[in-house]
Write a protein that binds this ligand. Structure first.
Ligand code: ZN
Length: 85
């Protein structure tokens, strides 16, 4: 558990977001205010658990650029699943 990491803007700690540049940040880091100009301009959206699972299945890695936290609580794939090729 990270200490001192508080989700911003009333978001949930497990939420992770990305924008069209592929930047990934968790709710505790430099996420723009939802609905703000920056949010809309950079096309921020939440990475859904389904997206997360798909990224993981393709061998991708999702980690916050700000704190490096990997939202493992969202990725629910069993490690044994991951090794099936
Ligand atoms: Zn973070």
């Amino acid at each position: 558990m990270a200490t001192g990491a508080t989700p911003r803007f009333g978001l949930q700690a497990h939420q992770v977001f990305w924008n069209e540049q592929g930047s990934i940040v968790c709710a505790c880091c430099h996420i723009p205010y939802p609905g703000s100009d920056t949010w809309i301009w950079e096309r921020w959206e939440e990475i859904t658990p389904a997206d997360m699972a798909e990224i993981d299945r393709q061998g991708g890695r999702v980690a916050c650029e700000g704190c490096g936290k990997e939202p493992s609580r969202i990725v629910r794939l069993d490690p044994s699943e991951r090794n099936k090729r």
